[in-house]
Design a protein around this ligand. Sequence first.
Ligand code: ES4
Ligand code: ZN
Length: 318
Amino acid sequence: MTVPVPKAELHLHIEGTLEPEAALACAARNGVELPFASADALRAAYSFTDLASFLDLYYALMAVLRTERDFTELADAYLARAAAQGVRHAEIFFDPQAHLARGVALATVLDGLGAALAAAPARHGITTRLIMCFLRDRPAAEALEVFEAARPWFGTLVTGVGLDSAEVGNPPAPFAEVFGRARDAGLRRVAHAGEEGPPAYVREVLDVLGAERVDHGIRSLEDPELVARLVRERVPLTVCPLSNVRLRCVPDLAAHPLPRMLDAGLLVTVNSDDPSYFGGYIEDNYAALGLDDETSRLLAANSFRAAFLPEDERAAHL
Ligand code: ES4
Ligand code: ZN
């Protein structure tokens, strides 16, 4: 195999890296009953018709994650796979509300993930950031509560906030208050928009939430004025090709809009989203697009340009 190009991963839900074998091992260890008898039975369930059908399984399988050790092992397993696919820097999402709702404390999640991330430079040659995502299909008041509860980790472990989960019918605007507090606390801001939802949501995350990057953003192409703005303002888009096909946002890889996004002059990056569920990690996403070497190198350079790194570290990667 050729050596994968060094790159940053900027759109990765740590809960979406839970592999079937790890889920079953974790379930057995924690005495959690799962309605799947084997890893193959679980894998067979990884067939989705849209974002909602995926989210149902994604949230259900999280039931196996209960202890600090579970979160450390989850993140460490991801980092090992990412390193093998050329990742040198990873900005990792997590969904605190999905764990709090199951009675798992924020400290369990953060201390568990934090241990793996602290070890990552020496163990895997990867620097990291951790981005706390709010669930847009839950009340904005709940996002405010979890935001306040996470303050002890701000700036040290948690350095950004995001917005994810079911997009259609859940516009970004109600989260303006929590994103404003995040900005005031010195945190970076990203948001999912234009995955299944309309280009208007992409505008809204920029204008109302102050998002510095847009996660997915593929539907921006439907709005030429929006595209012109994204190009002008150099807003990075974290695109996830295998995710888009598996969730039927795009009919197949041949129809994926990434080449058109690059042609339009957008600052596009390629990422893996929920690699265990969508059939591949980051290099698999690069490979799926059948890119020439020059385009692969451009996308890898874009990933460092779009990363929340200090300029000296960014320069060292470019
Ligand atoms: C997600 Cl693919 C996707 N879209 C929105 N929210 C998510 N959470 C985890 N994966
Ligand atoms: Zn995502």
